[in-house]
Design a protein around this ligand. Sequence first.
Ligand code: SF4
Ligand code: SF4
Length: 463
Amino acid sequence: MTEVITKQEREEAFAMFYGMAASIGELAEPAPEMTDEERVERAKEVFLKGIDNNVAVQLDACVHCGACAQACQFFLGTEDPKYTPIHKLDLLKKVYKRELSPMSWLNKFLTPDITADDLRDQVELVYDSCTMCGRCNMVCPSAINIGDMVALNRSAMAAAGLAPAELRYMRDGQEADGTIFGADEDLFNFRIQDIEQKLGFEIPIDKKGADVLLMTSGLDIHLFADATGGAIETLHHMGVDFTLASKTPGYEGANFGSLSGYDATKKKLTKDSTAAIEELGVKTVIVPECGHSYPALRFGAAEAVGRDVKFEVMTVSEYFGRAVMDGRLKLEKKDHPTPIALHDPCKVGRWGGVFDEPRAILKACGYDLHETESNKQYNFCCGGGAGNFLLPSADKLKRVGYRIKMGEIEATGAEELVVSCGSCRMNFEVGKVKAGDSMPVESLAAIIAAHLPQKDKAEGDRA
Ligand code: SF4
Ligand code: SF4
């Protein structure tokens, strides 16, 4: 593997980036001015549009068993009943009961309408204290999809002008020019040229008709060039006909419309990416090590354009893991004397079902993987998913989530942690600084590249 970014460069970039990220809320444009009546009206409009038969059945299905509370890191870490997952849907349920349920004619008289203060109280519950990780969904005997309905709540908050300033800032920037964290085309091209120089081969850009498009993200461009560089080096090693795109809808995998609750932005960004991908004519898109970019494109593309799309979407660990499993990618088994742990990003693992692939990669590299007590479908979130790693207001809760997760990791005896999501990685790095922990956190894509066989041997393998 060729080192595309040194440990020291990464630490310096992290310190600078962390300082920048901590103040983005101050850079946000003021939220649109609205009267309290307008806020309520807009939020209710979103709630009512989102309550279809499926949602209605779920809102009526809770048997009050309390299992979801025991699944949620924010309840477990605080024991505060307000963080019980199902309570995060109370406002939505109230609107349903008053306006749409079979007994709405009576409930209208018995239950007061929601207020703007109710909406303001809801902000902490659906942003700061919920990463839409979906762990509570897994244990609910009534199969209530709380994570999805929290997303509907975020949409209502955004419509009411109450989305957190940090997420508004990120959404506004990406809505305006497709970039996040200022990772514009100049910076992207600078980073790719730098990687190209270090790897020593030409990286294909905007190659029409290539088999594979590799996307990246602003976080990787700024901080985690080892993840992008690792994926590029591995594709090159495998002899894959791949390309990157030089313009934003084609290279940026993140979607801050989806995280902030601005559904129109989410749809626009996915539509723009889909158009750029289809224009290139690739068969497969590899989204970067960025948890939410996976469902945003994989499950959102067809919905955004209203038809089937002409490409398949995989995440980095899925693409390379399958190649390892079917023998297209041979990795060099090395001697790793100390155990490692793996964090499955919620949106890739629990939402996307990608579990076997990263494990196949680590096994092929010779690692002794120690699973955390809660793993795969029951894996705990890193604590900062769904954009929460950017919210200073969620700092205490993020630390609570981090402690639970890191506690399980430390209990495995592992001396290194592998992740395949830049936001998770960022949250672990910040958590480590705040807690004084020292567990090294590495990118799975970079690990793959570090285990590529020597060139001569690889050519022999391929022959
Ligand atoms: S989705 Fe995750 S963070 Fe949100 S309530 Fe459920 S378990 Fe808690
Ligand atoms: S686990 Fe499901 S049924 Fe039990 S309290 Fe939570 S939402 Fe209700």
